[in-house]
Design a binder for this molecule. Structure first.
Ligand code: GLA
Length: 358
């Protein structure tokens, strides 16, 4: 869990923004809710030293250097991440790390970096299976624990091989701040659910909550499902200027508990029905939690309100078993249910409950 610059700021990043973001992550309570990585995305680097090939941060945007920034972030009790690319250049054209894995990993370790997002542009058409392990090895050789977040966009089915290389792997193209993009990415990521677990996670890309392209109830759906599917929860909005709605969504502790549940099982789509041939579907998404509990999301993708039903047989609870349901958005006990939990769900939104044995 943490924050990344890309979805809101793109290349428009500099050290004051990062310091201010770290300050607000702490003062607003986001850190207490669990968000502890502050990650730079593309555009912090400009060149390499001519003699030793060390990566040079943009002196205009980061005049104090990356180490000073990492120190500041650490002084707030937070962790610090950077970005590079397994190619000649990053996607925004800055210098990439292909062939410079060792020297770059050493710079990151020297600066106190805790997280590396490693992108896939300008890759010379070499397989990521060849290009990502050298950075894994270089990071490991530094002796500093650095989370290795692979970003090859799901091109070569990374769920099948990346668990041996990285700590997380993107399964999809980039998310956009639109309902359709969210749906598309949710669907693409779902097929890899069985491959995720503690130590290696599918990454369906960062949160768009708070960026303005979707309605509040659509962001509620986006956050609920990202929590259920054990996505890395990386905030992608401007936390220095967030609305109460955005803050309320991002700090829903019951959903964060789903996301961080020790069982580490990725929730998945377990049922889908269509009200009519023209309608968008209603779906049930669910996954097991520790102590015999189940996270259940009634997801109405249609543009009309609808009753959505989660049957025990679909979510893996034996028929006849009595389960208590707690609404994790209303923060309210709903009573005891048997064989099915059903609720009225607003268009483009969710009802989310935790079921526990009664
Ligand atoms: C790619 C990645 C994005 C972002 C940009 C930066 O598109 O998939 O997440 O890092 O590059 O240029």
């Amino acid at each position: 869990m943490g924050f990344n610059t890309w979805n809101h700021f793109g290349c428009n990043i500099q050290e004051d923004l990062i310091r201010k973001t770290a300050d607000v992550i702490v003062s607003s309570g986001l850190k207490d809710a669990g968000y502890n990585y502050i990650n730079l995305d593309d555009c912090w680097q400009v060149a390499r030293t001519p003699d030793t090939n060390e990566i040079i941060p943009d002196p205009k945007a980061f005049p104090s250097g990356i180490k000073a920034l990492a120190d500041y972030v650490h002084s707030k009790g937070l962790k610090f991440g950077v970005y590079s690319d397994a190619g000649t250049n990053t996607c925004a054209g800055r210098p990439g790390s292909l062939g410079f894995e060792t020297i770059d990993a050493q710079s990151y370790a020297k600066w106190g970096v805790d997280y590396l997002k490693y992108d896939n542009c300008f890759n010379k058409f070499i397989s990521p299976k060849t290009r990502y392990p050298p950075m894994r090895d270089a990071l490991n050789k530094t002796g500093r624990p650095i989370l290795f977040s692979m970003c090859e966009w799901g091109r070569e089915d990374p769920a099948k091989w990346a668990p041996a290389v990285g700590n997380s792997w993107r399964t999809t193209p980039d998310i956009r701040d639109e309902w359709g993009s969210f749906l598309n990415i949710l669907e693409l990521n779902d097929r890899w659910a069985a491959y995720a677990g503690p130590g290696g996670w599918n990454d369906p890309d960062m949160l768009e909550v708070g960026n303005g392209g979707m309605k509040t109830h659509e962001y509620v759906a986006h956050f609920t499902l990202w929590a259920l599917i054990k996505s890395p929860l990386l905030i992608g909005c401007d936390v220095t200027n967030m609305s109460t709605d955005t803050y309320t969504i991002l700090t829903n502790r019951e959903l964060i508990a789903w996301n961080q549940d020790p069982l580490g099982v990725q929730g998945r789509k377990v049922a889908r029905v269509f009200a009519s041939p023209q309608a968008e579907p209603q779906e049930v998404w669910a996954g097991p939690l520790v102590n015999g509990a189940h996270a259940v999301v009634l997801f109405n993708r249609d543009t009309k309100n609808a009753t959505v039903k989660a049957f025990w047989k679909d979510i893996g609870v034996p028929n006849g078993k009595k389960m208590k349901a707690r609404d994790v958005w209303l923060h309210k006990e709903l009573g005891v249910f048997q064989d099915v939990f059903a609720a009225q769900v607003a268009a483009h939104s969710v009802v989310a409950v935790t079921l526990t044995p009664a």
